[in-house]
Ligand binder design. Sequence first.
Ligand code: ZN
Length: 500
Amino acid sequence: MHQKELEFRAYLKEIAMFNEATALFGWDTQTGMPRDAVDFRAEVSSYFSGKAFEMSISAKMEEFLTYFSQHSDILSQDGLLIYKEVKKEFDLNRNIPIDRYTAYIKCLGKADETWHEGRKTKSFEPFKQSLEEIVQFLKEFIPLQRKDEATPYDVLLNQYEPGMTVEKLDSLFSELRDGLMAIRQTLTEKGTVPQTDFLSRYVPKSQQHKLVTELAKRIDYNFDKGRLDDTTHPFMQNLNRNDARITTRWNEHDFKMATFGVIHEAGHGIYEQNIDARFDYTPLATGTSMGMHESQSLFYEIIVGSHKEFWKNNFSLFQEATEGTFKDIDFDTFYKGLHKSEPSFIRIEADTLTYPLHIIIRYEIEKMIFNEDLPVSELPRVWNEKYQEYLGITPENDLEGVLQDVHWSAGLFGYFPSYALGYMYAAQLYHTMEKTLDFTEEFAKDNYRKIREWLSAHIHQYGSSKKPNELILEATGEALSPRYLLDIQQKRYFDIYGID
Ligand code: ZN
């Protein structure tokens, strides 16, 4: 490796170490930190993350990037990929004047407060002005970040899902929306609604813990490279490929929450645990996009963890862990009960069939804000109309509606589509995998490793060195399509609702 690349890598490693420390502080803040420590923690965290940020925009960094832009031939193959990734990040914000950026960060702080205020009063009013300011800032930044993106909203989209465009999403989402609505309509007209009353039976945390830990191990989440802790808003925190931690919350009258929550977060963790060591301490040592990350958690949640054969083979584990609480429930009732589908207001509580509709609503609204200048004051009205149109329900107040998600108050516009993309990626990967791997047979052997190995070979190992559209094309032989998700959901839900 050329001396200059070695120096560049050493510099990146230092940034990565500051980032890893910040991530560890963040994990601790969300899991075990004593309440009164919050001010000290904020001070230390911002010092460390500030160091990493300074280094990433420093004159030294600029010098490296200028040098490599003229001498890219001296870079190794990986070095070139790393350089491109670093340059992309560097270019993204370099045209934003630092005082405007600082003002924006301050505005986000205020927005967090007014969002909480609005939630308390279940009214959009207190939050409205902050959100108008956030949108104004983003509209100011977009032209400074724009390269060749077709519309303003494409710029935001690209930051979370490189290569994704409004044009592609419009077509993917309209097919997905129509397909899901058609399935839902058939279920309503002809289906037999599964029995679900037993789902709220009391299952103590200790029993749930035993169950979910075992399930996470079975799907090949590696506890020597991770751990499970309690938190209020579940997440996976990766520090490095040998330390990808997961968290969950518990509800003793809803075992489904932690069960599927842990399977989901374990899927995120499995991704990080299997990235190739050659990307260590570089920006490529993590999942390639929000959408692809979500595809890995969802693969385990909605493909593996919702598969009938999966539960057939884990039903005895479930019965044993819950110590007889469900001894009167047969497998069929149990499995069907896990998959009742009904329209609901809150995205994170939605079932897997209706979930993407929640995302499509947010996508359409975000696009209206940035591409059609929909005034922020109109959001509650548009929101409620879309819920009525797509899900047949109208929120009673803004807490159930436009205020439910934290994303917009944090400036995360362009992020929501990732969730629905994850569903579609996961289903398409499954469709391909099924051609060479018999899931029923693997589940019967209690063997989940082959599934993990397939995902590691086609997705995980590459970290961010390949973009999502490349990965899906190489892994499945075609570009992303909503068809496979619709096929799986139709088959699964028709079976559960007794429709032939
Ligand atoms: Zn997730």
